[in-house]
Ligand binder design. Sequence first.
Ligand SMILES: Cc1cc2nc3c(=O)[nH]c(=O)nc-3n(C[C@H](O)[C@H](O)[C@H](O)COP(=O)(O)O)c2cc1C
Length: 233
Amino acid sequence: MSSDTPARTPHAFVADARKAIYRVIAERRDMRHFRPEPVDPAVLRRLLEAAHQAPSVGYMQPWRFLRITAPALRERLHGHVAAEQERTAQACGERAAEVQRLKLEGIRDAGEVLVVALTDRRERYVLGRRTLPEMDLCSAACAIQNLWLAARAEGLGMGWVSLFDPEWLATALEMPAGASPIAILCLGHVDGFYERPMLEQAGWDERRSLDELIFEDRWGSSGDTLKGEQKGE
Ligand SMILES: Cc1cc2nc3c(=O)[nH]c(=O)nc-3n(C[C@H](O)[C@H](O)[C@H](O)COP(=O)(O)O)c2cc1C
């Protein structure tokens, strides 16, 4: 590889637009604290359009979005997630008390609660999934990330809740056999965004150094091609 700095491609966005995309990536947070104001339905529609533009294996578009509007159903979801948090705490051994204290969802407070599910009959889609059937899940995760970033750009917070039993949730939402929920999303107005991941602020874990996560040619090699490369711009 040449050490010369390559010229920027003519297809690049203008500088401000490039900055905006890196900014939204850096300032997206998983949110658990919400204000009660409702989400404008037009904005919600835009966010779902953003989600639906995600890449998907074999173009299968496996995502389905269920908007939770019935208050009693939202309460049931909250009760189920609270019980699952307790079970998770018990499974975390010596960190149980810490997990009990963590705020891991905002189901009661968020303006919107959405459940994202993988559709049923996914076995019809083989392209790109013969050896890696879980690529459907990866595709739906891409859609959720699109939604997450678009929400941040719109000034709305979003939290991904995965503390639930998928079978329980599928039954509660009357999903067909084979469909599988992968996320409860809390979406809404916030007082502000956490400056750092909340789990980092709470002392749960830290962001690893990128340099430790990049290998060259073989697992574990500490190639130095990209080491210390600055963000530029
Ligand atoms: C697949 C997935 C599932 C997650 N499930 C939960 C969850 O159940 N509860 C929660 O509080 N955060 C959950 N999170 C959020 C992570 O805790 C969060 O992304 C991580 O701590 C980094 O923080 P950040 O998203 O603000 O950068 C989940 C994130 C992902 C990607």
